[in-house]
Design a binder for this molecule. Structure first.
Ligand SMILES: Nc1nc2c(ncn2[C@@H]2O[C@H](COP(=O)(O)OP(=O)(O)O)[C@@H](O)[C@H]2O)c(=O)[nH]1
Ligand SMILES: [Mg+2]
Length: 228
């Protein structure tokens, strides 16, 4: 039986996703692609690939990941991408950090020794640096890359987080709530590849503002909780 599900959110990835699924076809994991029911082109592109398709009931990146996690029945899950940016080479060492080193969550990081990104631009690099610093200072996180969201985790740990974000705020919701609930987490150096094809979905400025807003809201709520 499988012990891990690759949760693969996909939106308009008709060129990338078949290549991604082909690359992981020999890995003994369940592959769960989460997409909108009306994304006909992506559906058509993977109709002969080895994967389960889940139609998301809501909209957005976070919604797809949340619903994928909820649907998974394996002991472990990995958040993996339909654009080719997450390299399957990192899965095994990340899983080892859960099974052998008894961590509950492993966050892939592009900004450690032996790590890097071929998909970053100046804006996303600076934004990520800022949000990671914000998390480390105000929430006492100890991570080096808050936004990559290439994650391997125990499914039960993810369930404990009771995730609510339907947008890209999910990227920070996961580490912030992991810290709040004192889950045991660590990081792993990864090299983010350039997307294979298709267009980037994240809108650096708009999504950055939403993430900033989310982090400030969490910070204020923590301050109020301590006070009363
Ligand atoms: N189902 C679903 N997947 C999405 C949505 N937005 C983004 N994705 C997927 O999430 C992954 C990350 O998106 P991407 O645009 O590459 O963001 P970035 O890598 O953070 O810049 C890709 O596999 C996208 O296809 C969405 O609204 N719904
Ligand atoms: Mg990407």
């Amino acid at each position: 039986m499988y012990n891990l599900t690759l949760i693969i959110p996909a939106k308009e990835e008709k060129y990338s996703l078949p290549r991604v699924l082909d690359e992981v076809k020999d890995l003994n994991f369940k592959k769960l692609v989460v997409l909108a029911e009306d994304d006909f082109e992506t559906r058509e592109a993977v109709k002969n690939s080895d994967c389960e398709i889940l139609f998301q009931t809501g909209k957005g990146y976070g919604n797809a990941i949340r619903e994928g996690i909820k649907h998974a029945t394996t002991k472990y899950i990995a958040i993996f991408y339909a654009d080719g940016s997450t390299d399957p080479i990192d899965l095994k060492p990340m899983i080892n950090k859960i099974i052998d080193d008894k961590n509950q969550i492993v966050f892939g990081s592009r900004y450690e020794k032996n790590a890097g990104s071929y998909d970053d631009d100046f804006i996303t690099r600076v934004g990520n640096y800022f949000f990671t610093l914000f998390g480390n200072i105000f929430f006492s996180l100890s991570i080096s890359d808050i936004l990559f969201t290439y994650i391997v985790s125990e499914k039960s740990a993810m369930d404990k987080l009771e995730l609510i974000s339907d947008d890209y705020c999910l990227c920070v919701e996961i580490p912030l709530k992991s810290k709040e609930l004192s889950l045991k987490y660590t990081t792993h150096p990864c090299i983010e590849r350039k997307r294979f094809a298709d267009k980037k979905k994240v809108k650096a400025f708009n999504d950055g503002i939403k993430i900033l807003h989310y982090m400030i809201k969490m910070l204020l709520s923590n301050i109020l909780k301590k006070k009363y």
